[in-house]
Design a protein around this ligand. Structure first.
Ligand SMILES: Nc1ncnc2c1ncn2[C@@H]1O[C@H](COP(=O)(O)OP(=O)(O)OP(=O)(O)O)[C@@H](O)[C@H]1O
Ligand SMILES: [Mg+2]
Length: 316
């Protein structure tokens, strides 16, 4: 097994009486891309800030590259690259000037900066953009420059907090290709995202919700082992009426729009399928097809969230 690059054990952060992160544990191996997936306010940034020694955990412990997050934050920060969620380039500075500035912040020796700049900007595909002002770069190129700045000192670990928010799909793909190349050369990566499809790009991931990890593993493990219930995909019309009927009939635990279809999730899809055609036909819905399908990550998360909400809201 690859050596351990990061370990978090029961990390917890309370702000006054509000618990932002509770008992979060996971590990990242060398050269692995690990994803933290979760909605707004789930605790992703707070978790990263604790791991970087920028925020002291209320409880729990962790190491990054073998250094303790509470006792050795300086050692950690020297060896990691961090593109924070609010990371900003200097819009009036050029690509080269932005790189030089961040290389200085990361402690790259002055005599080495120009060589590092050439190598790193070539890696991210910005070699011919050195004189261009950051403000003139399109969003995808700006994110690649942010990544280049975080790579200035050749870190062994890269923390990326929502690096593709607001970036178009082609640029997102280009950024992910870069992350794969970095991981293949041994860089460990922790990346946060809101996007389900993007989470599938990670080698392993944790789904974080209300400060807790509610599912963890490879995307395939989650779909095969952590899914509760079966998914039925319905192609029918009108969709909105079908959705209302499904929710009222309680044949399934969940029913939600999924593109131009409906995904209905329940413990016994086969039994529900027997009753479904008659139920929909009686109320004027035309059913083109209904079949049990393999769950998507989104299906897994929908069922995990319901499970968490039920355990929070039901009396002990
Ligand atoms: N310094 C703070 N004081 C009080 N509450 C805070 C503080 N920092 C974060 N929080 C709260 O902790 C929760 C988790 O915030 P966090 O920024 O970690 O979420 P996130 O998963 O990164 O969300 P997003 O996807 O919106 O970036 C939120 O409810 C947030 O309001
Ligand atoms: Mg955040």
């Amino acid at each position: 097994m690859s050596p351990l690059s990061l370990s978090a054990e029961q990390l917890t952060k309370r702000f006054d009486h509000f618990t932002a992160v509770e008992g979060v544990s996971f590990s990242v191996q060398r050269g692995e891309i690990y994803g933290l997936l979760g909605p707004n306010g789930a605790g992703k940034t707070t978790t990263i800030r604790m791991l970087l020694g920028l925020l002291r955990p209320t409880a729990g412990q962790g190491t990054v590259l073998g250094y303790d997050i509470v006792r050795q934050p300086e050692e950690i920060r020297r060896r990691v690259g961090y593109v924070s969620q609010k990371f900003s380039l200097y819009p009036d500075l050029t690509v080269a000037e932005n790189f030089n500035f961040y290389a200085g912040v990361y402690g790259v020796a002055r005599r080495s900066i120009s060589a590092r700049r050439g190598d790193t900007l070539a890696l991210v595909g910005l070699a011919d953009q050195e004189p261009v002002r950051a403000a003139s770069l399109p969003g995808g190129a700006r994110q690649r420059l942010a990544l280049a700045c975080a790579l200035a000192h050749q870190p062994d670990f890269l923390f990326l907090d929502e690096p593709t928010a607001g970036v178009d799909p082609i640029s997102r793909r280009a950024l992910w290709d870069l992350l794969y190349a970095l991981a293949a050369s041994g860089t460990s990566i922790l990346v946060t995202t809101h996007y389900m499809d993007e989470a599938e790009n990670c080698y392993r991931l944790a789904f974080i919700y209300q400060g807790r990890i509610v599912a963890e593993g490879t995307a395939r493990d989650m779909k095969e082992q952590q899914m509760q219930g079966q998914v039925v995909e319905l192609d029918c019309e009108p969709l909105d009426r079908a959705l209302t009927i499904l929710r009222q009939a309680h044949l399934f635990d969940e029913a939600a729009l999924y593109g131009s279809t409906i995904h209905a999730i329940g413990p016994d899809a086969q039994a529900a399928l027997v009753q479904l055609p008659g139920l929909l036909a009686d109320q004027g819905v035309t059913l083109h097809s209904a079949e049990v399908i393999a769950p998507s990550l989104e299906d897994v998360f929908i069922t995990r969230l319901r499970h968490v909400d039920q355990s929070v809201h039901s009396p002990a």
